[in-house]
Design a protein around this ligand. Structure first.
Ligand SMILES: *[C@@H]1O[C@H](CO)[C@@H](O)[C@H](O)[C@H]1NC(C)=O
Ligand SMILES: *[C@@H]1O[C@H](CO)[C@@H](O)[C@H](O)[C@H]1NC(C)=O
Ligand SMILES: *[C@@H]1O[C@H](CO)[C@@H](O)[C@H](O)[C@H]1NC(C)=O
Ligand SMILES: *[C@@H]1O[C@H](CO)[C@@H](O)[C@H](O)[C@H]1NC(C)=O
Ligand SMILES: *[C@@H]1O[C@H](CO)[C@@H](O)[C@H](O)[C@H]1NC(C)=O
Ligand SMILES: *[C@@H]1O[C@H](CO)[C@@H](O)[C@H](O)[C@H]1NC(C)=O
Length: 179
């Protein structure tokens, strides 16, 4: 099942490289859950979605790093929801400080392109103080999303010096009308 889904994802990428999307697209945040695993390092001050209108839902996130960090591993997993979540579609780690010096890996760059205009996490390490995301929404303007229509969860654990410090789990809906 899992490899079947990956084949679907890969063929969708290939189709999207050939076809231009024509119909309306829904690409919308549906839920967010954040949690600190170590409140003596990270406090989550805000982690909330707000519906602006029928098509746009924005995310506001504010966390305080009580100590700076120069060693960040971003562990992300993506799941598709269908009668509960299926096994992960993606499961990988990115070296966050290396990434902020020079973005690498296609998925990492896609995630960064989605949030960077809305965030102050746009500079090289160390990260310190308040980490902010203000009024972030999803848009297909910046990229083609290589996904089949569905509901997804992107679960990210933020690991400092090898120890998980906080998690941000974002769910979203993606509907592409290719007809
Ligand atoms: C929790 O954060 C403190 C810094 O305030 C750090 O020294 C400690 O190693 C962290 N513990 C874990 C389990 O990550
Ligand atoms: C983020 O949260 C901190 C602590 O509550 C607060 O002092 C700061 O003003 C907040 N920043 C923004 C941009 O809301
Ligand atoms: C981010 O800002 C740049 C420059 O203003 C713009 O070209 C780009 O489309 C924006 N990206 C998003 C996701 O809004
Ligand atoms: C990074 O984000 C800050 C705060 O949002 C902004 O003032 C600054 O221009 C951004 N820097 C770059 C290089 O995009
Ligand atoms: C980050 O910290 C971990 C655990 O201490 C270590 O294994 C790893 O080599 C460090 N990464 C970098 C890029 O320094
Ligand atoms: C995010 O989702 C993953 C996968 O279901 C789960 O293991 C993790 O505990 C969640 N994190 C938070 C902060 O709820």
């Amino acid at each position: 099942m899992r490899s079947g889904l990956k084949i679907v994802v890969i063929s969708t990428i290939l189709c999207l490289m050939i076809l231009k999307p024509s119909g309306p697209v829904v690409f919308k945040l549906t839920n967010v859950i954040c949690g600190s695993y170590n409140k003596s390092w990270v406090t989550i001050n805000q982690c909330r979605l707000k519906a602006i209108n029928r098509h746009r839902v924005v995310l506001n996130f504010n966390a305080t790093l009580i100590h700076p960090t120069s060693n960040i591993t971003v562990h992300y997993q993506m799941f598709q929801r269908a009668n509960g979540y299926k096994p992960w579609l993606l499961n990988a780690e990115v070296d966050g400080c290396r990434f902020l010096r020079k973005p690498y890996t296609a998925i990492g760059i896609m995630i960064y392109n989605i949030y960077k205009n809305f965030s102050n996490v746009n500079h090289t390490c160390p990260l310190k103080g308040d980490l902010l995301v203000r009024n972030m929404y999803l848009t297909t303007d910046v990229m083609r999303l290589p996904l089949p229509t569905g509901n997804y969860l992107l679960a990210i654990d933020w690991i400092f010096y090898g120890k998980p410090q906080y998690g941000t789990n974002v769910s979203f809906q993606f509907v592409e009308d290719l007809l």
